[in-house]
Design a protein around this ligand. Structure first.
Ligand code: IPD
Ligand code: CA
Ligand code: CA
Length: 268
């Protein structure tokens, strides 16, 4: 049912991913612009976005596109639309610090129905479509069997723009850290979600994300047997900018901690 769409998204992600990797290997001069404090865009992000859009629009001219470097991420298109993060982990990329990736989702309203994430640093391609399971390099994946937060490895991302919630974030981090085996901050939200899906991580939470960071990863987590909600347990995580994704078994434990540190309406 989603075969043709998946093929297009995989082609776009791999083509852009190769271009991103080649650009880093060849050490072409990176042209870095500052969008906001600690928030960067490079010529490689822009070239990747152009490459992905060209492939998807040529193959599916009727679908709308929401892409990080050319959309606000606030208006929900009425019909199916692609959601593109042309380079997730730009700060990592600038520093030559893996991982970073390309993330392409397809959404209907606020629901992601298909997702592809390609990490060119490890040549790993994650994909899923609603009702069809989740895969890593073509092999089925599932979330971990971890039963308790105390046995879990958890990832997060720190806010770097909205410094006025720094205190809450650090307090939240402190509490999760005390209750699990360890917390990681890899630096690319799409990869964090993909790692929950394949069981390398047991859970992930972050505030301040946009739909392009989370759409592909969310459907991959859910198709691998995981659960994705906002900090308050609701399903509007793509646009409310708070997300918790887990192997399902530890969801309530993690979500009930993080919800205490972020008002439901903070980003609205
Ligand atoms: C960022 C990464 C990072 C997360 C940030 C995102 P970008 O995306 O996913 O892990 O903490 O919130 O903005 O800007 O590198 O595409
Ligand atoms: Ca991103
Ligand atoms: Ca990006």
């Amino acid at each position: 049912m989603y075969d043709e769409l998946l093929q297009s998204a995989i082609l776009a992600a791999k083509t852009a991913g190769k271009m991103i990797k080649d650009a880093s290997r060849n050490k072409i001069s990176l042209d870095i612009e500052t969008k906001a404090k600690n928030d960067f865009v490079t010529n490689v992000d822009k070239a990747s976005e152009a490459c992905i859009k060209k492939i998807l629009i040529e193959r599916h001219p009727d679908y709308a596109v929401m892409a990080e470097e050319s959309s606000s991420g606030k208006t929900i298109p009425p019909d199916r639309y692609w959601v593109i993060d042309p380079l997730d982990g730009t700060t990592n990329y600038i520093h030559g610090f893996p991982p970073y990736c390309v993330s392409i989702g397809l959404c209907e309203g606020i629901v992601p129905i298909l997702g592809v994430i390609y990490d060119p640093t490890r040549d790993e391609l994650f994909h899923a479509a609603k009702g069809q399971g989740a895969y890593l390099n073509g092999k089925p994946i599932k979330v971990s069997g971890c039963e308790n937060l105390s046995d879990g490895l958890i990832a997060t991302g720190f806010l770097f723009r909205d410094m006025d919630v720094m205190e809450q974030c650090l307090n939240c981090f402190k509490e999760v850290l005390q209750k699990c085996q360890g917390v990681r901050r890899p630096g690319a939200a799409a990869i964090d979600l993909a790692y929950v899906a394949c069981g390398r991580l047991d859970g992930f939470w972050e505030q301040g994300l946009y739909p392009w960071d989370a759409s592909a990863g969310s459907v991959i987590v859910m198709e691998a047997g995981g659960t994705v909600t906002n900090f308050h347990g609701g399903e509007t995580y793509l646009f409310d900018r708070t997300i918790v994704a887990t192997n399902s078994k530890i969801h309530f434990e993690l979500q009930s901690i993080v919800q205490r540190f972020m008002p439901a309406t903070f980003f609205q």
